[in-house]
Write a protein that binds this ligand. Structure first.
Ligand SMILES: [Zn+2]
Length: 260
């Protein structure tokens, strides 16, 4: 899906995100248990070196441009990331690092299917392939922030999110000659809708209930505390029905955020 527009974040928006983050962090397993929801126990980190295998072929060649593709085993840094990721996504699958002739690829690919959130398991529709560093941030946000927000505003556990494939070797907005999208490095994902345990579906850009609007507003605000780019309805026509979040670097410091 398209992404990346030029624009500026606002201090107020960031403050809002941080404020929400602080209050949400106070959500405890005990509080969830009091509401009749059994917290999912998080597994101990995987044994060091597990999954650090050599793979000769790219396991998920998702319509890439350019060839050949080079692969190599993941390094120690990605091993530690993977171990941490497994605490939030117990079933995360590690893949070999790869880079194709176009420049697409990542050093630490993982496939993420279900996030062990606070109080529920959240299935990701597309089982996206992501860079581990991004996957860890994304899954933590879902677990620690989005799932509690769903319970708070919608009154039901979050059980699913309709997402895009994550990794997608293409240019920004699919424009010819444009820079590679963050999707090309597995450091971006698109979110289209949220599904709750009571079958309620909250679709971005198509929501009419007041509770759902408040939920989506809070989700979007908190995303700015985790990601460097957050786009959605109102950013431009290309994002009218989904949120795009990524960890692309803006400016020299890399601390600048685009939260629209
Ligand atoms: Zn996107």
């Amino acid at each position: 899906m398209p992404d990346k527009t030029v624009g500026g974040g606002t201090a107020a928006f960031l403050m809002s995100a941080l404020t929400c983050f602080i209050c949400i962090s106070a959500t405890s397993d005990a509080a969830l248990a009091a509401n009749g929801v059994i917290p999912i126990p998080r597994p101990k980190p995987a044994v060091a070196g597990a999954g650090n295998q050599t793979v000769s072929q790219i396991p998920n060649d998702r319509g890439e441009q350019g060839s050949p593709t080079q692969t190599k085993p993941a390094g120690a840094a990605s091993t530690s990331c993977y171990r941490a990721l497994r605490a939030v996504v117990p079933s995360a699958r590690r893949e070999a690092s790869f880079r194709n002739a176009t420049g697409c690829g990542m050093p630490d690919p993982v496939v993420v299917d279900v996030v062990a959130a606070r109080g529920s398991a959240v299935a990701l529709s597309a089982k996206p392939m992501l860079s581990c560093k991004f996957a860890r941030k994304f899954a933590t946000w879902i677990s620690d922030v989005v799932a509690p927000l769903a319970r708070q505003h919608m009154g039901a556990p979050l059980v699913g999110i309709h997402v895009g494939p994550g990794y997608d070797c293409r240019t920004r907005n699919r424009a010819k000659g444009a820079k590679l999208s963050e999707h090309s490095f597995g450091t971006a994902i698109d979110l289209m809708s949220f599904t709750l345990a009571n079958k309620t579906k909250v679709s971005i850009g198509k929501t009419t209930s007041a509770n759902a609007r408040r939920f989506l507003k809070a989700v979007r605000a908190t995303a700015c505390g985790y990601f460097t780019t957050v786009l959605g309805p109102g950013s431009n026509a290309a994002h009218d029905t989904h949120y795009h979040v990524d960890i692309g670097k803006h400016g020299r410091s890399g601390h600048y955020r685009i939260c629209e």
